[in-house]
Design a protein around this ligand. Structure first.
Ligand SMILES: N[C@@H](CCC[C@H](N)C(=O)O)C(=O)O
Length: 282
C-alpha cells in the first residue's frame, strides 16, 4: 500500500497523530493503532485521528451530503472513541493547513453525529472553536463514586458524546500519580474518563483527567465540557456562561449557551508531517 500521509499536532498539549486517509485505505487494527500511538514503536500520541471522506467511509456515509470529512478517533489501546473535543480542533487545523478545507465554518462527522468547527485561518497554529452539542447527566447527581490513591469522591456521570465521571476535589494532588486508572463504581459498561476538578472561582476551574483508553493526559476537550456541566449543575455559574478551564497542558475556554450546548475554544499546534511506512496496514 502507498505510504499514508500523517500530521502530528496537539490541542493544549493533548496530542494526536492524524492520518490523512481520504479513501479509507488504512486497515487499522487495535494492535497497529497501539504501535502507532506508542512513543517508542510509533509516532506517539494520546489518540489517533483518521481524516476520511464521508462519501468513502461505510461508517460515515449517511453524513456524506452534509459533511465532507469524518473523524475516525481511536484511543492508544485500540478502542474506538465516539467524540474528541481537542481532536476535532486539531483535525480542523490539519484540514485547513494542508488545503483540504477552506478556513471558516467546517462541519465534521463523528461517531455521535455532526459537529461544527470555527477556524479563522490556514496557519499551523492558533485557536479553534468546536460546537460540542449539549452534554447531559443521564443518571442525575452523585450517581458514581471515584476512588484514587486511597480516597473516595462522589462523582457525576456526564455524557458529552463520550462518557465522563466528574469528581470535585479540594486539591488536585489528592488523586495521586494516576499511574493506574481510578476505580469508578458502579463501573459504566463502556468505560469512563475521569475528571478531578477544583473550583477556583465561579467560571474558573482547574482539572486533571484520566482518559479512558489512554491514561492521564495534559488536557481533554470533552473532559473540560464535562467538568463545566457538573460545575454548572452545582450552581458555580458565571453570569455570562463563560468558563476558563486550566489543565496541566494549557487553558481551554468553554461557553455554555442559552440552549445548554457548549462551545470549546483553545490553542492548536501542528508540529510535524510525514509519511507512514509501517503499521497502518499491519
Ligand atoms: N482527549 C479527548 C477525548 C478522547 C476520547 C477519550 N479517550 C474516550 O475514550 O472517550 C478530548 O479532547 O475530548
Amino acid at each position: 500500500m502507498a505510504p499514508i500521509p500523517f500530521t502530528k499536532g496537539n490541542g493544549a498539549g493533548n496530542d494526536f497523530l492524524v492520518l490523512h486517509d481520504p479513501d479509507d485505505r488504512a486497515d487499522l487494527t487495535p494492535a497497529s493503532t497501539a504501535l502507532l500511538c506508542d512513543r517508542r514503536t510509533g509516532i506517539g500520541a494520546d489518540g489517533l485521528l483518521r481524516a476520511v471522506r464521508c462519501a468513502r467511509s461505510p461508517e460515515a456515509h449517511p453524513y456524506a451530503g452534509r459533511a465532507t470529512w469524518f473523524m475516525d478517533y481511536r484511543n492508544p489501546d485500540g478502542s474506538l472513541g465516539e467524540m474528541c473535543g481537542n481532536g476535532m480542533r486539531v483535525l480542523a487545523r490539519h484540514l485547513t493547513h494542508h488545503g483540504h478545507s477552506a478556513p471558516g465554518r467546517l462541519t465534521l462527522a463523528t461517531r455521535v453525529g455532526l459537529r461544527t468547527v470555527d477556524i479563522a485561518d490556514a496557519e499551523p497554529t492558533g485557536d479553534v472553536t468546536v460546537h460540542m452539542g449539549q452534554p447531559h447527566l443521564p443518571l442525575g447527581d452523585g450517581a458514581l463514586t471515584v476512588t484514587a490513591d486511597g480516597r473516595c469522591w462522589p462523582a457525576r456521570y456526564v455524557d458529552v458524546g463520550n462518557p465522563h465521571a466528574v469528581a470535585f476535589v479540594d486539591d488536585l494532588a489528592h488523586p495521586g500519580s494516576l499511574a493506574s486508572p481510578p476505580a469508578v463504581t458502579p463501573r459504566p459498561p463502556q468505560g469512563v474518563t475521569v475528571e478531578f476538578v477544583r473550583v477556583l472561582a465561579p467560571g474558573h476551574l482547574s482539572l486533571r483527567v484520566h482518559e479512558r483508553g489512554v491514561g492521564e493526559t495534559p488536557a481533554c476537550g470533552t473532559g473540560a465540557c464535562a467538568a463545566v456541566t457538573a460545575a454548572h449543575r452545582t450552581g458555580h455559574r458565571p453570569r455570562d456562561g463563560k468558563y476558563r478551564v486550566d489543565a496541566p497542558g494549557g487553558t481551554l475556554h468553554v461557553r455554555v449557551l442559552p440552549d445548554g450546548s457548549h462551545t470549546l475554544t483553545g490553542p492548536t499546534v501542528l508540529t510535524v508531517s510525514g509519511f507512514l511506512t509501517a503499521h497502518a496496514d499491519a
